[in-house]
Design a protein around this ligand. Sequence first.
Ligand code: GAR
Length: 208
Amino acid sequence: MLRLAVFASGRGSNLESIARAISHGDLDAEIALVLSNNSASGALHFAREHGIPAIHLSTKTNPDPRDFVSRMKSELKHHGADFIALAGYMKKVPSEIVNTYPNRITNIHPALLPAFGGKGMYGMNVHKAVLESGARVTGVTVHIVTNDYDVGPIVAQECIAVRDDDTPESLALRVLEIEHRLYPRALQLFAQDRITINGLRTIHQSPP
Ligand code: GAR
């Protein structure tokens, strides 16, 4: 059973899919807290509506970087979180937090890493870049967060075809459908303690 902290900046549809998987019994986890840098995010709204501790933490609430990190750390500790799922969190996780939760932070990315990742590659920018590149496939990646953007060990991927008439918006919609299925499944691998890491590769143990 994971005690999840979900970090999200926007709409929060991945947070909702995680919550749904938990309530359907498909993910052995509890959402201990939702943290957002955006006070108006759908994610915080969803958390409050569902009685989940909802924390707004940003450079506005805590301008001093040391305060910021120590508040993040203390909220995680206070709520007993043992795993962090980034679900549309558009900020870099401070390295002190990454080092405190080694291999216990995951991110979902709306493309097939290691392509179309890195700084500035988030949300619609990713889908635009995929279309501009002429790639015929795209997809979703769940990976472990390290101190560099989008380069940690890959836990799960699923691909879809790019269609001739795709726009960034149509691609985003199809990719999002996959995200909602893939992220809870990937988190369940951690809940069942089935992931070991070997360099950049992850090894998946068979189901118990
Ligand atoms: C998702 O498509 C997620 O993959 C992307 O932001 C969206 C958040 O949607 N994340 C990134 O681009 C991270 N680099 P949501 O708020 O509805 O879950």
